[in-house]
Design a protein around this ligand. Structure first.
Ligand SMILES: [Zn+2]
Length: 193
């Protein structure tokens, strides 16, 4: 698989409590271009650095101290968690901003937000432009080109396998079962009369 800088999201994390409020990504990983093993990346900042230049500067196990392609992978690409795959070469968020990747509650789509230096959230480049227009003092430090609202691709197979998804489905099934058994009872009582 040639996909470069991916992000696995852990399903059912505590971020579900405050839906849409916090970052959905629970773990970062990168695939070695040589052996194709997955290596976890410990911080978001490091991940964003790797992702920024991924095409010109592909990642290899040997970039990590004391790591080589001989070592077993840190993480397996499987359905034990939901995986989302980022596009390469997304610019690093400008200073004093944070890029948030948020999974929708129904796991259908992700949204990108930037937290701007004034604490407000930008949902699109229009919001960034508006911020720069009202706060021109940031114009020399923050350029609109540094923002990317490119959403990662959700790996659907891993969503349908995830425990969160299964729980949701099971709950739905319970509801259906519950309502149909009610109906049965109603039918039963009516036939008694
Ligand atoms: Zn390797």
């Amino acid at each position: 698989m040639a996909s470069p800088a991916p992000v696995p999201a852990s399903p059912g994390s505590s971020s579900q409590k405050k839906r849409g409020a916090t970052e959905s990504i629970g773990l970062y990983a990168v695939q070695c271009c040589e052996c194709h093993k997955w290596r976890t990346v410990s911080t978001k900042d490091e991940f964003e650095t790797i992702r920024e230049n991924f095409t010109e500067d592909p990642w290899f196990c040997s970039k990590r101290p004391e790591c080589s392609c001989e070592d077993p992978p840190d993480i397996e690409y499987d359905s034990s968690r939901i995986w989302v795959i980022d596009k390469p070469n997304i610019p690093k968020p400008p200073p004093k901003t944070e890029r948030l990747v948020i999974m929708r509650g129904d796991l259908s789509k992700m949204d990108i937000y930037y937290v701007l230096p004034n604490g407000k959230r930008a949902r699109g480049i229009g919001d960034v432009q508006k911020f720069l227009d009202t706060n021109p003092e940031y114009k020399d430090r923050i350029s609109a080109e540094s923002f990317s609202f490119m959403v990662p691709k959700i790996v659907e197979e891993t969503v349908s396998q995830s425990s969160l998804w299964k729980t949701k489905k099971a709950k739905k099934q319970d509801k259906i079962n519950a309502s149909s058994s009610k109906k049965d009872k109603a039918n039963a009582s009516s036939s008694e009369n």
